[in-house]
Ligand binder design. Structure first.
Ligand code: HEM
Length: 276
């Protein structure tokens, strides 16, 4: 299993450099194509733009549900040793070669809680934009929610005598970015929603297990447990996501797919810090 460190290379043709807000003394907001991405610095190379453009032309669309399109965009962002469908070359050491650090893992859990709580607050809010509150396609209480589980885990760590840190600057900015997207760019918001919940159910679980084996005496945290059958919960949400996206234009769908790179940049940055 590998996690690109400061540099993400999304494929031999595509490379993106990412650094955390805290590591960038200059102000922490750099341009990402046409969009400013706060809290993380993302440098897009011209080939990366071509990849986004290819997605934008809808080459992937034929015969696929929109969730399958989002999944394909996400799988392309994995390294080959993370997932067999990954396309990125491994740069830097594999996660298997690195030792997780408990203090850093606690920061990761705190940051994950902030981000899941933010997503959950957004979909719970009465003022939630209509794309998330269609009566037959709502995203509240899907069973995938993670913030309550993380709350329990952090309470457990606290009872074990560990100090619970404050959220990082980069994920505090990511939370603000999600709030902003939820109001101004529903398609992009949708992409983060998908990647956070579905990524957690896949690679997130694998990573959590490896960390538990190494530093938690195999204790399974609540973060990695779901009530009910996970595959069914995921399928229900896939159906709703497809239903919502069915009213989008091709351009709007492409806007959502393009956001996958930003979603990964934030999440990879959060994961990477467990091992530093
Ligand atoms: C250590 C890092 C990671 C590892 C080891 C990993 C591994 C995996 C694996 C094994 C799969 C399943 C592939 C399959 O269905 O055969 C997967 C799926 C996926 N991953 Fe990751 N991943 C990692 C990071 C991420 C990140 C940072 C994100 C995005 C924020 C992400 C988003 C996804 C998504 C959306 C899927 C598709 C899930 C589905 O089909 O339901 N992954 N990942």
């Amino acid at each position: 299993m590998a996690l690109a460190a400061a540099t993400l290379a999304s494929s031999p043709r595509v490379s993106i450099s990412v650094s955390a807000a805290g590591m960038n003394s200059s102000g922490l907001s750099m341009s990402f194509g046409a969009r400013r991405v706060p809290g993380i610095s993302v440098q897009i190379h011209s080939q990366r733009r071509r990849m986004a453009a290819a997605a934008a032309r809808g080459h992937e669309g034929a015969g696929k549900t929109f969730v399958e399109e989002m999944r394909a965009a996400a799988m392309r962002m994995h390294t080959k040793d993370q997932a067999s469908e990954g396309e990125k070359e491994l740069e830097g050491p594999s996660l298997n070669e690195l030792e997780p650090n408990l203090e850093a893992y606690l920061r990761f859990l705190v940051d994950s809680k902030l981000i899941f709580q933010t997503l959950e607050n957004i979909v719970d809010r009465a003022a939630v934009p209509c794309y998330l509150c269609l009566s037959d396609a709502e995203f509240q209480n899907t069973g995938l929610e993670r913030s309550e589980a993380l709350k329990k885990d952090l309470k457990w760590f606290s009872e074990q005598g560990h100090t619970i840190p404050e959220p990082s600057a980069s994920d505090t900015k990511y939370a603000s970015y999600l709030e902003e997207l939820s109001e101004k760019d529903q398609q992009a918001f949708f992409c983060h929603f998908y990647n956070m919940y579905f990524g957690q159910s896949a690679g997130g679980r694998l990573t959590g297990k490896k960390i538990a084996d190494k530093i938690l005496n195999k204790k399974e945290l609540e973060f990695y447990k779901w009530e009910g059958t996970l595959s069914e919960l995921l399928q229900n949400v896939r159906t709703k996501l497809n239903q919502v996206a069915s009213s989008w234009t091709r351009e709007e769908k492409n806007r959502c797919l393009e956001e996958t790179v930003t979603s990964f940049a934030y999440s990879v940055d959060r994961l990477r810090k467990i091992f530093t």
